[in-house]
Write a protein that binds this ligand. Structure first.
Ligand code: NDP
Length: 281
């Protein structure tokens, strides 16, 4: 049977390390503060925001919460971001996405000062990643690199195939694996012979957004399989983009859903907040 890459355990370890770091920073008079903005009351967003605030409290990061009504205008939201950009006590600004349709997601992402862009979505952060300069990295792919490293999985020289090319997962994942000296292929909905390409992978990252699409026919024997997807199946249970029961017997290591990639996203967000405060000093 494969090694189960335990994201719950690894994320807990990262949070412990951050808790210690924040306590030391506090002793040196440095505090860490994240501003979290939610527009509207989408239930899924409320759960994500709640989890982020809980993680902040655990680690010792102050969280400022802005729960704005659905009718908030883009100008009002941008004005709030502008104020938070100026505040010296705020190290990170997070606007929970998606925002209501009348607000441009792009305008919101660009409004956040790059030095407080703890989600790593600002074009300047993405550009910095692309040319190997310092900047915040999108939390889910950053978490996947931590999962691999902390599980002792070598990336350098490996064939890495990513299914999906979104701005928040697929593309930054490709850049990060490249930075770790992997040989990277990015696939998408127009890729021909997808299975032929994915079967080359030593490390396969599935971020396709289709429940249990990736069966063993897509996977080389002994590959490491990282499942980014989160869905509810017909029994309302969580499942990923990978058909876990089918794939697990043929791979060497795999992330489960839940308990794999998911918990890492918040841990890396916390890491970015702490880094932002440390860099400010
Ligand atoms: P998107 O829907 O933005 O992107 C999906 C990508 O998959 C696109 O690039 C698309 O190609 C590609 N794709 C779709 N169908 C196929 C196909 N049949 N064959 C090959 N490629 C295909 O999704 P995200 O990147 O935002 O998210 C991916 C998954 O990860 C989702 O299940 C999401 O819920 C989950 N997720 C989990 C997170 C976590 O914390 N664990 C965080 C973020 C996302 P094209 O570009 O051509 O359309």
């Amino acid at each position: 049977m494969p090694k189960i890459i335990n994201g719950k355990e690894i994320s807990a370890q990262i949070k412990e390390e951050l808790k210690e770091k924040v306590a030391e920073m506090k002793k040196a008079g440095i505090s860490v503060c994240l501003a979290v903005i939610q527009v509207g009351d989408d239930p899924a967003s409320s759960v994500y925001v709640g989890n982020k605030k809980k993680a902040c409290a655990y680690i010792g990061i102050t969280s400022l919460s802005y729960e704005l009504p659905e009718e908030t205008t883009q100008e009002e939201l941008l004005a709030l971001i502008g104020e938070l950009n100026k505040r010296k006590d705020v190290n990170g600004i997070l606007v929970q996405l998606p925002v209501p349709e009348h607000i441009s997601e792009d305008a919101v992402i660009r409004a956040i000062a790059p030095e407080k862009d703890v989600d790593g979505f600002h074009p300047q952060s993405v550009g910095a990643l692309c040319i190997g300069q310092q900047g915040f990295v999108s939390c889910t792919p950053a978490g996947i690199i931590q999962l691999l490293k902390r599980s002792g999985i070598e990336i350098a020289g490996k064939e890495c195939v990513i299914i999906g090319r979104s701005n928040i997962v697929g593309k930054p994942m490709a850049l990060l694996l490249l930075r770790e000296n992997g040989t990277v292929t990015v696939t998408h909905s127009r890729t021909k012979d997808l299975k032929e390409v994915t079967k080359r992978a030593d490390i396969l990252v599935a971020a396709v957004g289709k429940p249990r699409m990736i069966t063993r026919e897509y996977v080389k024997e002994g590959a490491v399989v990282i499942d980014v997807g989160i869905h509810r199946n017909e029994n309302n249970k969580l499942c990923g983009d990978v058909d876990y029961d089918d794939v697990a017997p043929v791979c060497s290591a795999i992330t489960p859903v839940p308990g794999g990639v998911g918990p890492m996203t918040i841990a890396m967000l916390m890491n970015n907040c702490v880094e932002s405060a440390a860099l400010r000093q």
